[in-house]
Ligand binder design. Structure first.
Ligand code: SF4
Length: 331
């Protein structure tokens, strides 16, 4: 290893001890399941939200991989409610079920594998999650590759539009094999607090001595312009005896969650009560909501708004319930 790189590792380790978020609960545990759970929750969600609202209640309800593997999917989705990207919860559950079954066959408690290839064979575990679990739970000398780390690597090497392959090569070359745990945690923290998208603070950065892009850091990487398409849906709220009809979704989108009926053309007698919008990563959804005060002949799942709170429903359906409740007094 080059002397410059060794010095950078020392500076990163020193910085992490002084400024890193060393007390995050998934950084102070050796429990691989807890670390894996945090990685999945943090994939699309901010640390603050995961920490304040989801991580601890989820572990209270499912304290072990086995408890999660033996739980019904509905219970898992309920604990995930509001976090979005429900495929994460379903894959987490599937993985727990697979490992629990394996454990039963072997007569031992289920455990996560430590090898990257084996981890990646499990549902929902991609290359970065596998690397994160391997290094954080099993102290493997491998790098991680989340958005903050990518940005640092691009700036270090002045890369505007790098391929994943190139980034992984740089990451493997740079990783501190002596203390990969602190190094990888530090890289994420440096990316989120120093090497930020705007106004990076290169003068206090522990990687500054080897950074080729520090003169004009915001040139790297090139920002991709995203055009988010809009989708429209008509939603029919059947109301009967002050109860609303919901069905459990079976399609790919929001599978397993309860939701209101989507229809192509609203019934003539239905009353339009407003619209709700929700931004997903790849599109914006606009739901035009209609109320129909009749029993749906094809439906027998009617719930009061109190009962709906106990079901696992999506954010957009929560907004529809709110719109309904706001509408009732004038209806
Ligand atoms: S020196 Fe500046 S651009 Fe380079 S990694 Fe540090 S903060 Fe980012």
């Amino acid at each position: 290893m080059k002397a410059s790189q060794k010095n950078v590792h020392k500076r990163i380790q020193k910085w992490y001890k002084a400024h890193g978020r060393v007390d995050l609960p998934w950084r102070t545990t050796e429990n691989a399941y807890h670390i894996y759970l945090s990685e999945v929750m943090l994939q699309q969600t901010q640390v603050k939200t995961v920490l304040e609202r989801y991580y601890f209640p989820f572990l209270k309800k499912f304290p072990t991989l086995q408890a999660l593997g033996e739980a019904p999917l509905d219970d898992v989705l309920k604990m995930w409610e509001g976090l979005g990207y429900y495929n994460r919860a379903k894959n987490l559950h599937k993985t727990a079920m697979i490992l629990t079954q394996e454990g039963q066959t072997l007569g031992s408690a289920p455990t996560l594998p430590s090898e990257i290839e084996t981890l990646m064979a499990l549902p929902g575990i991609g290359k970065n999650t596998a690397h994160a679990v391997a290094t954080f739970a099993f102290k493997k000398p491998v790098p991680i590759m989340e958005a903050n780390v990518k940005r640092i690597l691009c700036r270090l090497k002045q890369l505007k539009t790098p391929t994943d392959k190139a980034l992984w090569e740089i990451a493997y070359d740079l990783v501190d094999k002596k203390n990969p745990f602190d190094y990888n945690q530090a890289m994420m923290d440096i990316g989120s607090s120093i090497c930020t998208p705007k106004n990076p603070q290169c003068e206090i950065c522990p990687l500054s001595s080897i950074c080729q892009g520090k003169k004009e850091p915001t040139r790297y990487p090139t920002k991709k312009k995203r055009v988010v398409p809009t989708r429209e849906q008509n939603i029919m709220l059947y109301v009967y005896n002050d109860k609303l009809s919901l069905t459990q979704r079976t399609g790919k989108f929001l599978h397993g969650l309860w939701g209101f009926e989507k229809i192509d053309i609203p019934l003539c007698a239905a009353e339009y009560i407003g619209e709700v919008t929700h931004a997903y990563t790849h599109f914006k959804l606009i739901c035009k909501v209609y109320l129909y005060d009749e029993l749906d002949p094809e439906q027998n799942s009617y719930f009061t708004t109190q009962e709906i709170r106990k079901l696992a429903i999506s954010k957009v359906d929560e907004k529809i319930v709110k719109l309904y409740l706001d509408t009732i007094p004038t209806y």
